[in-house]
Design a protein around this ligand. Structure first.
Ligand code: KG4
Ligand code: ZN
Length: 337
């Protein structure tokens, strides 16, 4: 089954073709709008929507052309309908529905988080259900029990900022360009972890996360009498985040008895965080899987794959009347018309 995936939930415009049963990525294009949002220090929904509108049709056409695939070969059109920015989602959703209608093929409404959750299957065929997913991105910080395609249980989530959001806000305080995650990781390489005293997020017995206190502590430190060099602040901050994520993952492993851990989302690109998680998993006797970096950050391969897997499993997938859903908890079925 050849599925065309469309992703426009935030600031990446993406299209991809995936042969679902064989897990073959036939073609993939991602246009990052970073430069357009950079002057504002964050994603501006209006700018994101306009950029999606301008880029989506040519980008999708190129996705097919590059692979030499005719429009008639597409079996279904999978599109992110949530969660995300309402107007940005509406661009992709309207485009995807129009294509599905024109091609007379099914429109598959995809949950962006579910797509992140299923991506590791694409690249790691040996990964079997169930597994524990740590989703760490600009919008999410969640521990999810992935029982099977379409069967998820949210074990814990952030009570305030998502972890990527925290990297971005702390990076902004350190005058790094948005999104600051990658730049902060680079800066941290020149600093000494542990040299700046910052509070570790609360150690408790829940699987929820909280990062806003850490962000505030960095701000207070910078406004204090004797701020440390930025590289030391970055290194200290990054290590505390990595430890906090590893600690909750360990707790989740113990509570669920999981034997496999998967990390996904943009923050999963961070090597210090990966190393902390890898070590925790090794200590707990669990395997650790992370998708390649280009599939950790937002892309349309994951959307095509998730839509296709649900379709093949005969699960509810929405239809042309499906509205966009800016908030869409993973456990809920696709919204119907
Ligand atoms: O998954 P993603 O591409 O988009 C969302 O769905 O949010 O994640 C983007 C987030 C941003 O907050 C970015 O700063 C963060 O991932 N990020 C990183 C790194 N690379 C991207 N955070 C820490 N270290 C990195 N290397
Ligand atoms: Zn994402």
């Amino acid at each position: 089954m050849l599925v065309l995936g469309i992703e426009t939930s935030c600031d990446e415009t993406a299209a991809a073709l995936v042969e679902v049963e064989t897990r073959r990525i036939v073609s993939s294009q991602v246009y990052s709008q970073l430069a357009e949002h950079a002057p504002y220090g964050g994603v501006v929904p209006e700018i994101a929507s306009r950029a999606h509108l301008e880029r989506l049709a040519p980008l999708t056409a190129r996705t097919l052309e590059n692979a030499g695939v005719p429009w008639s070969a597409i079996d279904a059109v999978a599109t992110t309908v949530g969660p995300g920015l309402t107007t940005a989602l509406a661009m992709g959703s309207t485009f995807g529905k129009t294509l599905a209608l024109a091609l007379n093929k099914p429109f598959l409404a995809v949950n962006h988080i579910e797509a992140h959750a299923l991506t590791p299957h694409l690249t790691n065929p040996e990964l079997a259900f169930p597994y524990l997913l740590l989703l760490v991105s600009g919008g999410h910080c969640q521990l999810v029990w992935v029982e099977n395609v379409g069967r998820y249980k949210l074990l814990g989530t952030t009570l305030d900022d998502a972890v990527g959001e925290c990297f971005d806000k702390v990076g902004k305080l350190l005058n790094l360009p948005h999104p600051a995650g990658p730049a902060l990781e680079e800066l941290a390489k020149r600093g000494q972890p542990g040299t700046v005293t910052l509070p570790s997020p609360k150690h408790d017995n829940t699987l929820d996360f909280s990062f806003s206190g850490l962000k505030t502590a960095v701000r207070d430190h910078l406004h204090g009498p004797n701020p440390a060099p930025a590289a030391d602040i970055a290194a200290s901050f990054q290590t505390i985040v990595a430890e906090a994520l590893a600690r909750k993952t360990k707790l989740a492993l113990r509570q669920t008895g999981a034997q496999q851990v998967v990390v996904a989302g943009g923050v999963a690109a961070n090597q210090t965080i990966r190393a902390a998680l890898r070590q925790t998993c090794a200590e707990q006797g669990a395997t650790f899987t992370a998708p390649p970096l280009n599939l950790c950050t937002d892309n349309a391969v994951m959307i095509a794959y998730a839509g296709g897997l649900r379709h093949l499993a005969g699960l509810e997938n929405g239809n042309l009347g499906t509205p966009v859903r800016p908030r869409w908890p993973l456990e809920m079925a696709p919204p119907s018309a």
